[in-house]
Design a protein around this ligand. Structure first.
Ligand code: 3PG
Length: 306
């Protein structure tokens, strides 16, 4: 079988080496399409692929139409808002993800952003500390749990809201359950968002939640820009000079931040939460193994489409 790795944002070489080992050992053939710049390259490369590994790459109806032999696509990562699942089903192609494999990298980025911000960008100005401060986790999946683990080490007071996670699981991971989002935002000086992007979460974090955050509020978004209501975000930035927004995902309104709110935001140059060698290896190798296992045994664990 021909397995294509198609990534606009390439994996680390060490990850490719290990992915190749898994594919070779299973008797398949690996093809690479890395750092491609437009969809035409992807359409050509996927034409004779039996399986494909992607990251945030868009796998649309058009891509699936061009892939006449494709049987399975694994998104090496957690979020699958880049996969058109109804189109997968229409083309009889299996979609999978690799939940949890890159979560620690994202969780570490949360603290890299926060620590840099509260030490005033290492400028030498007087900063603040995290010990004893409140942090609220909006979403308590794999990333949220790693964030709680690090926050505990830093001596933070941890709260979480997630309608799909029990109080017991939160307690076992050092977090106190908030009964609703209003309580979480109202209680926590630091909020870290760990939501998937879908039609329910689209623009779900806005002014009404943000306005109740305590003094010197810091909102960290390493999830997706689409979960923010950017009008509400700009409104709170305008009203509250003590409010900061740190994101792994540049907002559409980035130019307004640059013009008006210097020193109160950080945006990474490129989505880089999962961009560590370890996360690339974990997610990339998991994806390769899931494909090899599917071809060998028909295992459909982590299948996303019906
Ligand atoms: C994920 O959903 O797993 C992360 O956002 C990582 O995305 P990436 O593979 O494009 O870095």
């Amino acid at each position: 079988m021909k397995i294509l790795v198609a990534t606009e944002k390439a994996f680390a070489p060490a990850a490719i080496k290990l992915i190749r080992e898994v594919i070779d050992a299973a008797g398949h053939q690996l093809t690479l399409l890395e750092n491609y710049k437009d969809v035409s390259g992807l359409l050509a490369a996927v034409a004779d692929a039996d399986a494909m590994i992607v990251r945030s790459d868009m796998v649309t109806f058009q891509v699936l139409d061009a892939a006449k032999k494709l049987k399975i696509v694994v998104r090496a990562g957690a979020g699958y808002d880049n996969l058109d699942l109804p189109a997968f089903t229409a083309h009889n192609v299996i979609a999978m993800n690799t939940p949890g494999q890159n979560s620690n990298a994202v969780a570490e980025l949360v603290f890299e952003l926060m620590l840099y911000q509260i030490r005033c960008g290492f400028s030498g100005k007087t900063g603040t500390e995290l010990r004893g401060k409140t942090i609220g986790l909006h979403g308590f999946g794999n990333v949220g749990k790693y964030v709680a683990d690090i926050a505990r080490g830093l001596g933070m007071d941890i709260y979480a809201y997630d309608p799909f996670v029990s109080e017991r699981v939160m307690k076992n991971n050092s977090a106190k359950q908030s009964i609703n989002l209003a309580e979480l935002y109202n209680k926590c000086q630091y909020i870290s968002i760990h939501l998937p992007f879908n039609e329910i979460t689209r623009r779900s974090v806005g002014y009404d939640l943000l306005k109740t955050m305590p003094y010197n509020a810091v909102l960290v978004n390493t999830a997706r820009k689409e979960v923010m209501d950017e009008n509400g975000l700009l409104k709170i930035l305008e009203e509250r000079p003590d409010f900061s927004y740190l994101a792994d995902v540049e907002p559409d309104c980035k130019a307004v931040f640059e013009e008006k709110y210097k020193g109160r935001f950080i945006f990474t140059a490129k989505k880089m939460g999962a961009q560590t060698e370890e996360a690339n290896i974990n997610a990339g190798v998991a994806a390769a193994r899931q494909i090899a296992d599917y071809f060998k045994t028909g295992n459909e664990k982590y299948r996303l489409n019906k």
